[in-house]
Structure formats: C-alpha cells, structure tokens
Design a protein around this ligand. Structure first.
Ligand SMILES: *Cc1c(COP(=O)(O)O)cnc(C)c1O
Length: 402
C-alpha cells in the first residue's frame, strides 16, 4: 500500500493483469489515483532465448530475413509469407527435430531415460506452484496412461511430457507434486506394455542454461495456470519465439499471444478469469460434483490414494488428494479449479495429438508463432518504460574506437 501511495507509477505486467488490478485487487487505489496506473506487458530477450539458445533456428531465420531481428524483433514478422512455402516448413521441422535430439541426449545423460525425438515434446517448465497447475498436467498424464492401458488399440500419437520446476523450501505441497511427477514417471517409463507411447521426465535444477535447450526442443508449451492467477508469464513468450505451440488458458500474456497469433495457431481451453473470480466470490464451486459425475476423473483422483504410484503406500499423496476434495480447516477444495478444467484440458490435448499428425499444418502454425512474437521482446517493454514512465532522452553513444 505504501509503495502505491509513494510510488510514481504502478504498472501491471500484462493487459489482463492490469485490468484485474484496477477492478479487483487495487480497486480503491485505482479510484483514488487512476493516472498512476498503466500497463507494460513483459518481454524477453531474443538475444538469449533465440540467438544464443537456438543457433540452428536463429541461423535459419537470418538466412530467410536477414539479421535485423536480433536488435529489432518486430522484423521477425517478415517470416509470415514463408509459411506458404512447403520447403520452408520441412526445414523448420528438421531444425525442431535436431533440437529434440539435443534435448533427448541431455535427458539420457541426466535422467538415464530414453525418449523418442519423433514423439511430441510437451513441456511445462516454471516454478512449482499450485496456481500454475503442474498437478493438472500430471493428473492428465495418469488419465492418458489409463486410456492406453484400457484401449491399447486406440490411435495415439506418442508423447514425451517434460517438467522442470523448483519448489520453495517450505512449500510441502509443491514438493509432493514433484514427488508425484517422478513417481508417475517411474511407473509409466518402465511399463513395456505401452510400447513407449508415453514418457515422463522431470528435469532437475531447472535454470536458464538448461531452459535454453528445453525451449528450443518444445512442440507444445504448457501455460495452464488458473485464469486470473498468472500476472504475465515470460516462459510462454520464450516458447513462442522458438516455434512451440501454446496450450494455455486465457491468462496473463497468453491473452495477448492469442491476439497476435490468432485462434488457429494456439490451443486455448478452460474457464475465463471472470468465471474464476465469480466462483471465488460466490463460493459456489464444488469439485465433488465433477468427481462424482466423471468416471475417468474419479479413477485418476482415486489413484492418488490407492497405491498405484506409491508402491502401495496410500498415504504418500493423501495431502494432494485432500487438496482437491477434502480441504483442511481454513482451506478451499480444489482452490485452483483443476477438476473444473480437466475435461477441457483433456479435449485440447486430444486436438493437439490429431493436429500433429499433419506435419505441414503444424509447421505452419509453429512458424506463425515465431512470426508473431515481435511484441514480446523486452526491448519493446523497456522502450515503453523509457517513453511512458521514466521519460528519458536518447543519448548517442560514440562507438568509435570500441
Ligand atoms: C522464463 C523463466 C521463468 C519464468 O517462467 P514462467 O513460465 O513465466 O513462470 C522461470 N525460470 C526460468 C529459469 C526461466 O527461464
């Protein structure tokens, strides 16, 4: 509160986030001093996350449109006409494949797990937090595993699900989620009956250096926070710049990525921020209704406490189970609407599996993501700070003799 009163400028880091601040969290302050409030959507640097992290793709882009994008990312839009070129689409997919081979080697070295670079690389890397919903992702993997076991004949494009996340030291539920991911990985990766259709990998020590390798190799970018909870996100932008297709909720900067790239080139699912906020205000969400009316969901949630992934220890994941259905005093059941969004998420995942079988269409969407990533450079963000908040003049730097 003191920062807002004493501060000169108060900004939200994405358009949706700024609106939520103005209408909910900081409503009183906004009414008193609306002129202080503004929006500066976050950005990321293309020097680190494309030029340095993905040299194969960077060189390919430069060969097509020159190297102006390195200091002016708006120029990346010059890639747009290229999407009609079938040869360019094949070249892009070959580069993505090489980057997946690079990540597969990293995984073999660090995890000892064999993953197939021909499978869909579906990646969620970010801090471990309940609102980011790594639990939704892993519950869906448990669901897919059940489906494959029950219907071995069903058509299914092989997937490699990759997680990377650190949990804060005292955040027990986050650590339990990491434990669950690794426990599901142990079962799924070692079940030879599913013919390698599913692999699950947890990357240790997620950090910028290994993040570069992950972004470059991603087919699918998981940005599945409960709508209204993610202020902006920047991982979402790094994936987009590297030609991954976003699977996400209408939250944070995903909303602006959707506006830039268009509905055909992003997979959006789930409740809106307004719907989430309305349920929170009316206290009218009961996850038991969903649990009781959807057999697949019921089975997956029960598997948290029937020993399937815990060598028959029914207590190991009891706390996670309780977080969804039996909240402890002062808590809310399924506070982050995991069960409410589960079906919509599973349906979006299904669409992704089908879409990927059309490599040419997939490549077109992926290249369009890169071509529409210009807005998300931190150069643009910083320039807006300079123009609208700091009001700085440009200084000419004499580079002679450098
Ligand atoms: C970009 C980045 C983040 C932020 O990721 P989000 O998906 O936006 O939460 C966190 N950690 C590392 C190492 C990153 O590179």
């Amino acid at each position: 509160n003191m920062a807002i009163i004493a501060g000169f400028s108060v900004n939200g880091v994405a358009k949706l986030h700024t609106e939520i601040l103005e209408k909910q969290e900081l409503k009183d302050f906004y009414q008193m001093m609306p002129e202080k409030f503004n929006n500066k959507t976050n950005g990321i640097t293309q020097r680190r996350f494309l030029a340095h992290g993905n040299p194969l793709l960077a060189d390919w882009i430069t060969s097509k449109i020159g190297d102006g994008w390195i200091t002016d990312l708006s120029q990346i839009s010059k890639l747009k006409p290229l999407v009609e070129d079938e040869e360019a689409r094949r070249e892009f997919m070959e580069i993505k494949y090489q980057n997946k081979v690079r990540l597969a080697k990293y995984i073999k070295e660090h995890n000892g797990i064999d993953v197939d670079p021909h499978s869909i690389f579906d990646i969620q890397v970010k801090r471990l937090h309940e609102y980011k919903r790594q639990l939704l992702n892993i519950l869906h993997i448990m669901y897919l595993y059940n489906q494959i076991k029950e219907h071995p004949e069903m058509s299914f494009y092989p997937r490699t699900f990759i997680f990377g996340a650190k949990a804060a030291a005292g955040y027990l539920r986050a650590k339990e989620t990491i434990k669950l991911i690794n426990s599901v990985a142990d079962v799924v990766n070692n079940d030879r009956s599913i013919n390698g259709k599913l692999k699950v990998v947890f990357i240790e020590d997620y950090r910028v250096s290994n993040a570069e390798i992950l972004f470059a190799a991603a087919d699918v970018s998981e940005q599945i926070s409960t709508a209204s909870k993610e202020a902006s996100g920047t991982g979402n932008m790094k994936f987009m710049l590297n030609g991954a297709i976003t699977l996400g909720t209408m939250d944070g900067a995903n909303v602006e990525m959707y506006e830039e790239v268009g509905a055909d080139n992003i997979f959006i699912f789930g409740m809106s921020a307004d719907e989430v906020i309305a349920h929170e205000q009316h206290h009218d969400y009961n996850p038991y209704d969903i649990y009781n009316n959807d057999e697949d969901i019921k089975k997956v949630v029960n598997q948290l406490v029937d020993g399937t992934y815990s060598h028959n220890d029914r207590e190991l994941f009891r706390e996670l189970y309780n977080s969804l259905l039996n909240p402890q005093q002062g808590q809310v059941a399924d506070r982050y609407f995991i069960l409410a969004d589960f079906r919509a998420y599973a349906n979006a995942q299904k669409k992704i599996g089908v879409y990927y079988t059309n490599k040419s269409a997939w490549a077109k969407s992926a290249i369009l993501n890169i071509a529409h990533s210009g807005k998300f450079s931190s150069d643009r963000t910083i320039q807006e700070y300079v123009d609208d908040i700091w009001k700085l003049d440009k200084i000419e730097v004499n580079t002679e003799g450098c």
